[in-house]
Design a protein around this ligand. Structure first.
Ligand code: BES
Ligand code: ZN
Length: 635
């Protein structure tokens, strides 16, 4: 006991030196120096850093973006906190080409790149002198792989200018930023970015100056004065234009997409305003969105102040904007209170999925919300089945990652089981008490890492209050630490899709598809219909669906994907041209991965997959491509 106390006190003193306090921006002082969590469950197995010995507190990037060589290069200046006797600091490094490392005063620091691990890069070990507080790394990124994707003009909408974007989550930023790439090691940051004129650079931080043009380059400056997890540092460069959507909201995208993007996003300001009412103040200033080219590997990514979005969310009728509610909700769950390690990913994704649906309920009503909860529970059950069934260890909300890549474990479990548990708590304690607790959680954990154990302790202290009956009723330990889904799950509202289920029944009974009903269905109802059809259907029934419902031509990418999954499962040849077109038009992992996986598992589909991949693999971001390679695809 005494030893532990002494150790903690010593650590806090070592890491909280007042010199650092003096440098940190005023708004972020307490959080920038918040001690790294010392509990064993907060150790990040996906980072080489040893933050209790020496940690990065601030990153200043000064980078040239070179489309010719497909590299960013320049310097990263790191401010560090260290134990006085620390001999070295360990950063994460994935393929960086380092020219030199010096201390702030220009003295060289010895360094070496240690033994790496597949997919995770390697430790960059830098020797510290007794007084080293600042480190300057002169480096450039490798041309392939990692966070950055370099697009040629023909891979953009405008077809005239090249494009660059990054995807940091979960552990890709180490391929372009030499820092400690662990979500529990929060860092403030700043960047000076030089790009070829006339391109525009945007980042996940406010602009610190107006852009200037110097020697044919445009120079952009950004500064994030709040400490963020390093996976949230993001950049994009291209032919970009901005349009305001409201008082602190707006959209960036290529000029040719600006009208469509702005129209689809017209509810954004209302979402932000309602989210503040639900979750507490929005602490990031602006909430802008960037609509990317089709290569973007995710539906959305919650980069602070600037959510990144797939262009495939543009359906023309705002029917896929719950995606925006989701990324916005991460401004609290994930970006304010951040999973300490990727094993606690449900604290980001599960809380956000719950919060997303609260926003959707306010904007679009309880019926839409009930439908999305129902589709979510379907996705959860599918994920349980795909992860070894109810006893599969990865169906736990808090799985053990071991040495696996965090992205190989994250699944709908974190999103939907996490969200379902929060809904259960909400219904048992009542909305008013739950909402007060939710705001309290973000208030006390703002700009801090959080763990599953912290969540449980907080819920017990502030919502359960020794109520034995409530404790027994909720079974939170089962939800958090046991595989499968506890029996006290609140089931989907059976009436949410009553009309669709009638339509399904008549089709299954052998009648022609009901085109009139289909025309009335919203997107979620169409998805219910397509995912609840019998998985095995003969060609004539698939042809009837395709013809009367125009599935292959749907402008809604979620609907088209659901149709293509069904077509592939049934080796439906007439869908193949549309399938190949789809695989060449969109790089979103959620669509591309399951289709390639199913195709590669079937001798009928293999040649289709191989030829699509040969034609389109440069469309796919490395985070998608690394998974496609595991199916046996080769470039
Ligand atoms: N943070 C995630 C994206 C992510 C997850 C990146 C795991 C890397 C690893 C983002 O907020 C997200 O969940 N996106 C979803 C959309 C959402 C509506 C479920 C997506 O991209 O499909
Ligand atoms: Zn998310």
């Amino acid at each position: 006991m005494r030893i532990t106390t002494l150790f903690v006190v010593a650590t806090v003193i070592a890491l909280g030196g007042c010199d650092v306090k003096d440098q940190a921006p005023a708004t972020a002082v307490s959080s920038a120096i918040a001690p790294i969590l010392t509990s064993p469950d907060a150790v990040d197995t996906a980072s080489f850093a040893k933050p209790l010995i020496a940690r990065v507190t601030h990153v200043a990037l000064d980078l040239d973006v070179d489309f010719q060589s497909k590299r960013v290069g320049g310097t990263a200046t790191l401010d560090i906190e260290r134990k006085p006797d620390a001999k070295e600091i360990i950063l994460d490094d994935d393929g960086l080409e380092i020219a030199s490392i010096t201390d702030g005063a220009g003295g060289a620091l010895a360094y070496k790149v240690g033994a790496g691990r597949p997919d995770m890069g390697a430790p960059l070990i830098i020797a510290l002198k007794p007084d080293t507080k600042r480190i300057v790394v002169d480096y450039r990124s490798a041309p392939d792989g990692g966070a950055l994707q370099w697009l040629s003009p023909d891979q953009t909408v405008g077809k005239k200018q090249p494009y660059l974007f990054s995807q940091g989550q979960s552990i890709f930023n180490r391929s372009w930023i030499p820092t400690q790439d662990s979500p529990g090691i929060r860092q403030t940051w700043a960047a000076t970015i030089r790009v070829p004129a006339p391109l525009t650079a945007v980042m996940s931080a406010p602009r610190a100056a107006e852009p200037a043009t110097v020697n044919g380059q445009r120079v952009f400056r950004f500064a994030m004065d709040k400490p963020v997890a390093p996976y949230l540092i993001a950049i994009a460069v291209g032919d970009l234009q901005f349009r305001s959507l409201g008082k602190n909201t707006g959209v960036w995208t290529e000029p040719a997409m600006l009208d469509a993007a702005a129209a689809e996003l017209s509810d954004t300001q209302k979402m932000v305003d309602e989210a503040e009412r639900l979750f507490g103040p929005y602490r990031w200033g602006r909430y802008d969105l960037l609509v990317l080219p089709p290569s973007f590997p995710y539906g959305g990514m919650e980069n602070p102040t600037l959510t990144f979005l797939t262009p495939s969310f543009i359906a023309g009728d705002k029917s896929l904007v719950s995606l925006v509610a989701h990324e916005l909700a991460h401004s609290w769950s994930g970006n304010l209170a951040t999973n300490a390690t990727w094993a606690d990913g449900w604290l980001n994704e599960g809380m956000t999925t719950y919060a997303e649906r609260r926003i959707v309920e306010v904007l679009y009503g309880p019926k839409v919300t009930a439908q999305q909860i129902s589709l979510g529970l379907d996705a959860m059950n599918k994920a349980v089945a795909e992860n070894g069934g109810p006893s599969g260890p990865d169906t736990r909300l808090r799985p053990e990652l071991g040495t696996r890549h965090p992205d190989d474990v994250s699944s709908e479990i974190a999103y939907e089981k996490g969200s379902a548990m929060l809904r259960l708590i909400e219904q048992n304690v009542g909305r008013e008490r739950f909402d007060a607790w939710f705001r309290h959680w973000f208030e006390v954990n703002a700009f801090k890492p959080v763990t599953t154990a912290m969540f449980l302790t907080d819920i017990r202290q502030n919502l359960i209050n020794n109520d034995k009956a409530l404790e027994a009723k909720l079974r939170l330990e089962d939800w958090l630490y046991k595989p499968g889904v506890p029996a006290n799950l609140i089931p989907a509202d059976p009436t949410a899709f009553a009309d669709v289920d009638k339509s399904l029944a008549t089709f299954v009974a052998g009648r022609a598809p009901d085109a009139a009903a289909w025309a009335r269905f919203n997107t979620d109802e169409r998805l219910r219909f397509l995912t609840h059809l019998p998985r095995a259907l003969p060609a004539d029934r698939l042809a009837a669906l395709d013809h009367s419902l125009a599935l292959g031509r749907s402008g809604n990418m979620e609907v088209r994907f659901a149709w293509l999954e069904l077509a592939v499962a049934n080796r439906f040849d007439p869908a193949v041209p549309g399938l190949e077109q789809f695989l060449g038009a969109i790089g979103r992992g959620k669509f591309v991965k399951p289709l390639y996986k199913a195709l590669m598992a079937d001798p009928w589909g293999r040649p289709i997959a191989e030829r699509s991949y040969a034609r389109s693999h440069s469309l796919y971001h490395s985070s998608v491509d690394r998974e496609l390679k595991t199916y046996g695809l080769k470039s």
